[in-house]
Design a protein around this ligand. Structure first.
Ligand code: ADP
Ligand code: ZN
Length: 612
C-alpha cells in the first residue's frame, strides 16, 4: 500500500507561496524567510543574519520571481555561483552567471539573454558588477532587486574581508529605489553594524535568526596523540557522513589516506587539488552514504547535505565565526550530531604565527589576535560551551546539557604552585625555549641539550617529576590561554612572560586552572548515533539505491552535480511514499513544476519497476 505524503492546506492565493510551491516544490517557508521576503517585496532594504543551511538563498530568489524583471546576485566565489545557477536552471528558472571562469563567448551570450529581458537572476562577483560599464548597462535594464550574498565580506571587522566588496557601498546610490538584501551567516554584533553602515548608511531592517543548534553536541579535548584520538572518535561514527577539518592541504591528504587504510571511505578536499578530483570527491560525499571528507576550510561554503553526523576538527580553526560555520554543517536534519575539536598548544602557536606572517598592518593584526583569544577562551571555557559560543554572537542562553562541560563539569583549582614552577623554569632558561624544553627541565630529563646549556643546574630542575608530560602541557597551555605567557613569534617561538606572567613569577598573581580529564575522549552520547541517518530508517534501502543510481545517470547526462537534480531528502521521500503518478510525485519534497515535467516519468518508472 502506498502512503500519501502530508497534504498541504489550501491557502490564499499568495504569489510568494505559489512560487515556493510551483518552482521549488516546498510546502512552507522556514523561519525568517517570509519576513525577509515581505520586506523586499515592500521595496525596503534588509540585512539578514541566519545560520548556514537555514535557507538564505530563497529569501531573494522568491521575490526575484515574484517581482519579475532582473535581480542581481553578488557572490564572492565562482563555484558557488555556478552551483546556484545550475540548481535554478534545473528548477526551470532563467538564471545566468557572468564570471571569470567562463569563456568570453559564454559571457557574451549570457549578457544577450539578460539584455533581451529573459533573465530573472544574474549572478556576478562584486568586481565585475561595480565596473562603470556594467553599471551603465544595468541602469537600462528592468532591475528590481539586488542581493549581496556573504555580506560579511564587506566588513573590515569581519573574518573574511574582501576589498572587492568595499565598492558595493555605492550600490544604494547607484540604484536608488531598488531594494537591496544583504545576507550572511557569520556576523557578530560589531560586524552586523558595520555591514548596515557600509551598505545601507544604517537605514535597513535587520532580521537575525537564532544561532543555537541544540542537536549538535559540542566538545573540545586536549591534543595528545591526534591520530589515535581521531580514530577513537571516528569509530563511534562508523558508516556516518562527516567532515574532518585540518589546517593544511598536506595534512588533509595524509589524514585521508590514513583513514582509507583503516577502512573508512574518506577523501581529501582542498583548494590545491585538481578540479576534477575535487568535484568528484564532493559529488561522492553528497550522494553516497558514509563518506568522510577531509578538508581545509576550502570545503564547505554552499555545502548543503543535511545528514552529516559529525564535524571533527583535528586542528584549531581560525576564528569563532569560522568554527561556528564549520560545525553548523552537522546535523541539519535536526537529528543528534557531534562537533568535536582536538586542540593543543602547538595550534595556538601556529595560529599566532599565521597572523604575524600575514603582515596585514598593526591594527588588523591586533584585532586578529583578539579574535583568536576569543576562540581560545571558548576552548578553555570552564562553563557550558554552547553558552560561551552563543554569547559571542550576542545570544544569552542557559547551560545546555549537551556539551562536554555540562555533561562532565570541570573543576577549577588553584594551580599557582604549578604555574610558578613553570615561570621559574622559563625565567631560569632566559625566555628562549618552547614548551617541550621547559617540560624537560621540570621533569628532570637529562637530555644532551639540557646538559649542554647547564640547565640541569637550575633549582627547578626535576621539581615537576610528579606530573606527566600531558599534565604539564595542559598547564602551560592554560597559562598561555589565560594570558600569563605568550609565544615569542618574531624570535624563535619560545615562551615569554606577559606582565601578568611576571607577576605570577614574583608572587603577585595567582593562577587557577582546570585539570584536564585523564582520558581525552569526548563524552559518549547516550544514544549511539545510528549508522544509517535517522531519516532513512523504515525506507526500502534497495529502492533508495536504485533512485540514487537514476539520479547519478541524469546528473551525468545534464553535466551537473547529482545533488542538484534532487537532494537526498527528496529521494528518501520518494522511497517512502512511492508515488506512481504525476499527481503524487508533485507532492514529493523539492519537486516543482519543471522538475515534475523533466524527471517524474523516469523516477516513477524506477519506483514501479521496484514494486513489481
Ligand atoms: P544558506 O544559504 O542559508 O546556507 P541555502 O539557501 O543553501 O542555505 O538553503 C539550504 C537548503 O535548504 C537548500 O537545499 C534549500 O533548497 C533548502 N530550503 C530553503 N528553504 C526551504 C524551505 N522553505 N523548505 C524546504 N527547504 C528549503
Ligand atoms: Zn553545555
Amino acid at each position: 500500500m502506498n502512503m500519501t505524503p502530508p497534504q498541504t492546506s489550501l491557502s490564499m492565493p499568495d504569489p510568494k507561496r505559489a512560487v515556493l510551491r510551483s518552482t521549488f516544490g516546498f510546502p512552507d517557508f522556514r523561519p525568517g524567510q517570509e519576513t525577509v521576503i515581505d520586506t523586499l517585496l515592500a521595496g525596503q532594504h534588509v540585512l539578514t543574519v541566519m545560520p548556514t543551511g537555514s535557507g538564505k538563498s530563497l529569501c531573494y530568489q522568491v521575490p526575484a520571481l515574484v517581482t519579475g524583471g532582473l535581480t542581481i546576485v553578488v557572490s564572492p566565489l565562482v563555484a558557488l555561483m555556478q552551483d546556484q545557477v545550475a540548481a535554478l536552471k534545473l528548477a526551470g528558472v532563467a538564471a545566468e552567471t557572468i564570471n571569470s571562469s567562463r569563456s568570453r563567448a559564454e559571457n557574451v551570450a549570457a549578457w544577450r539573454r539578460v539584455a533581451a529581458g529573459e533573465t530573472r537572476l544574474l549572478y556576478m562577483a562584486p568586481e565585475r558588477l561595480m565596473t562603470d560599464r556594467m553599471l551603465v548597462a544595468l541602469a537600462k535594464r528592468n532591475l528590481r532587486l539586488i542581493a549581496v550574498d556573504e555580506a560579511h565580506c564587506i566588513s573590515q571587522w569581519g573574518p573574511a574581508f574582501r576589498p572587492e566588496y568595499e565598492a558595493l557601498s555605492r550600490l544604494r546610490e547607484q540604484f536608488p529605489g531598488i531594494p537591496i538584501a544583504a545576507l550572511t551567516a557569520t556576523a557578530d554584533a560589531v560586524t552586523r553594524e558595520d555591514i548596515a553602515n557600509r551598505l545601507f548608511g544604517m537605514r535597513v531592517q535587520t532580521v537575525v535568526l537564532g544561532f543555537d543548534r541544540p542537536n549538535i553536541r559540542l566538545s573540545v579535548a586536549q591534543k595528545t596523540s591526534w591520530k589515535t584520538q581521531m580514530l577513537t572518535f571516528l569509530e563511534r561514527h562508523q558508516d556516518a557522513s562527516g567532515i574532518v577539518y585540518c589546517l593544511s592541504r598536506r595534512k588533509t591528504e595524509e589524514v585521508a589516506s590514513l583513514l582509507a587504510n583503516q577502512g573508512f571511505m574518506a577523501f581529501p578536499y582542498h583548494a590545491g587539488m585538481d578540479q576534477q578530483d575535487r568535484e568528484d570527491h564532493q559529488n561522492r560525499f553528497m550522494t553516497e552514504p558514509g563518506v568522510i571528507i577531509v578538508a581545509t576550510i576550502a570545503f564547505g561554503m554552499g555545502i548543503d547535505k543535511s545528514d552529516l553526523r559529525f564535524v571533527l576538527h583535528v586542528d584549531l580553526p581560525a576564528t569563532i565565526e569560522a568554527y561556528y560555520q564549520e560545525i553548523g554543517r552537522a546535523g541539519r536534519d535536526g537529528a543528534p550530531a557531534e562537533a568535536h575539536m582536538i586542540y593543543g598548544l602547538s595550534d595556538i602557536r601556529m595560529r599566532r604565527k599565521f597572523i604575524e606572517d600575514e603582515e596585514a598592518g598593526l591594527e588588523r593584526m591586533r584585532r586578529e589576535h583578539k579574535r583568536l583569544d576569543a576562540l581560545i577562551a571558548y576552548c578553555e571555557a570552564p562553563e557550558c560551551r554552547r553558552r560561551s559560543l552563543l554569547s559571542y554572537f550576542g545570544e544569552a542562553t542557559k547551560a545546555c546539557g549537551n556539551c562536554d562541560v555540562c555533561i562532565d563539569p570541570v573543576e577549577i583549582t588553584d594551580g599557582t604552585v604549578f604555574g610558578r614552577k613553570v615561570a621559574k623554569a622559563i625565567h631560569g632558561s632566559g625566555q628562549r625555549f618552547g614548551p617541550a624544553y621547559i617540560i624537560d627541565i621540570l621533569r628532570g630529563a637529562r637530555t644532551a641539550r639540557i646538559q649542554n646549556t647547564g640547565h640541569d643546574e637550575l633549582t627547578v630542575f626535576g621539581v615537576g617529576a610528579d606530573l606527566s608530560k600531558p599534565e604539564w602541557q595542559s598547564i602551560i597551555r592554560q597559562l598561555v590561554a589565560s594570558g600569563f605567557l605568550s609565544f615569542d613569534i618574531e624570535g624563535y617561538g619560545g615562551l615569554k612572560f606577559t606582565p601578568r606572567g611576571q607577576d605570577l613569577l614574583n608572587g603577585k598573581e595567582e593562577f587557577r586552572y582546570r585539570p584536564d580529564r585523564r582520558s581525552s575522549k569526548p563524552p559518549r552520547p547516550e544514544r549511539r548515533s545510528d549508522s544509517v541517518s535517522e531519516a532513512e530508517t523504515g525506507v526500502d534501502a534497495g529502492l533508495l539505491t536504485a533512485l540514487r543510481e537514476l539520479r547519478l545517470e541524469i546528473a551525468r547526462e545534464r553535466k551537473v552535480p547529482a545533488y542538484l537534480v534532487f537532494s537526498d531528502r527528496s529521494l528518501i521521500d520518494m522511497a517512502r511514499y512511492r508515488p506512481l503518478d504525476q499527481e503524487a510525485f508533485s507532492r514529493i519534497h523539492g519537486v516543482g513544476a519543471v522538475k515534475l515535467q523533466d524527471f517524474a516519468d523516469s523516477f516513477i518508472t524506477a519506483i514501479a519497476a521496484h514494486e513489481a
